[in-house]
Ligand binder design. Structure first.
Ligand code: URA
Length: 211
């Protein structure tokens, strides 16, 4: 299927590859002028579990894949700890698809609500095409994008319905890197609780693989 000049951004694409190809050509998005790369996904498009992050960081911008820096290494470790294979069982994407640059030498910043809103239809189209049963929304940006709410400390660990799918906000791995304590009630301890609950729900919905 070809998209004409005035159909660069249709509401729906026939395949994930077609959507990715169109996104790679985007030039009118709010972060295009920053000159950073489009970073769309890694993992398995057939996976039933989707992880939605915030935005690429510098390492992700360099490699063109989400969650390949320090946060990504921790994310993979968390997934493996609950018996998810990050390459096979999971599809990993973001809410914003280019690195928001730092302003005048300041550190890289969080995406703005306008940026989150701009990229949301693309995220929703990724969700429609990949068709996961469950989604984990890491941190406030993903939770704002897909649930329209923020307050991760209050929202984490609860299941919500998004377009007929189960979605649970969880802490962002970068937050855990800043809070390494494993004490009961610490962010890391709560993350362990949440990933175990995600695995329980996954097994319930997808079925446990034969041992
Ligand atoms: N943090 C995110 O939310 N996404 C990435 O891809 C990398 C770091």
């Amino acid at each position: 299927m070809q998209f004409g000049l005035f159909e660069e951004r249709p509401q729906s694409y026939p395949t994930l590859d077609a959507l990715v190809a169109a996104m790679m050509k985007l030039e009118d998005d709010p972060l295009f002028p920053a000159g950073t790369n489009m970073v769309i996904y890694r993992g398995n498009p057939q996976a039933r579990l989707m992880i939605v992050g915030e935005a690429p960081g510098t390492e992700e911008d360099r490699q063109g894949k989400p969650f390949v820096g320090r946060s990504g290494q921790l994310l993979d470790q968390i997934l493996r700890s609950a018996d998810f294979d990050p390459d096979k069982d999971v599809f990993i994407t973001n809410s914003v698809f280019r690195l928001p640059p730092g302003d005048d030498g300041k550190p890289l910043r969080k995406p703005t609500s306008d940026e989150i809103a701009y990229y949301k239809p693309y995220l929703l189209e990724i969700v429609r095409l990949v068709d996961p049963l469950l989604m984990l929304l890491t941190g406030n940006v993903a939770t704002e994008s897909l649930l329209g709410q923020t307050g991760i400390t209050r929202l984490r660990g609860q299941w919500f319905r998004v377009d007929g799918r189960w979605a649970m906000p969880i802490f962002h791995p970068a937050y855990l890197l800043r809070n390494p304590s494993r004490e009961p009630g610490s962010p890391k301890a709560l993350m362990w609780q949440d990933i175990k609950e995600a695995k329980r729900k996954y097994d319930e919905l997808v079925g446990k693989p034969a041992q």
